[in-house]
Design a protein around this ligand. Sequence first.
Ligand code: SF4
Length: 118
Amino acid sequence: MTKKDFKDYICRPFCMFYKDGQKEEMACQGALVVESLVGQRRISIEQVYLSIKDYQLCLKHKDTLTRYVCRQCPFMKEDCDFQSTSPSHDLEPCGGYMVLACLIENRVIDTRDVDNQK
Ligand code: SF4
């Protein structure tokens, strides 16, 4: 398989903040963790595509993902509305976070997988 840009299989299909053509200096930690798991062949791109965007799953796994993913993210402190101290109820996390929440829920990966990507 040819090497695919993570924006093609994570950001474009799953992230409400992603805009084609927009230059972004930094990547969300959620996307980097998913990309790393794909690079290690721990998960496949096909498994990423099978993920669904489920806000309730994002809340369910928030403690784990905040601890092992968001705390390493350059957007955590200021730019991430989902992780702000007063998030509105409809603000989604980044696409990588949504994929990780789904993969954890479906037991494709577990806490050790996300912890090992720091
Ligand atoms: S949800 Fe926010 S803080 Fe967490 S990885 Fe995504 S952009 Fe970063």
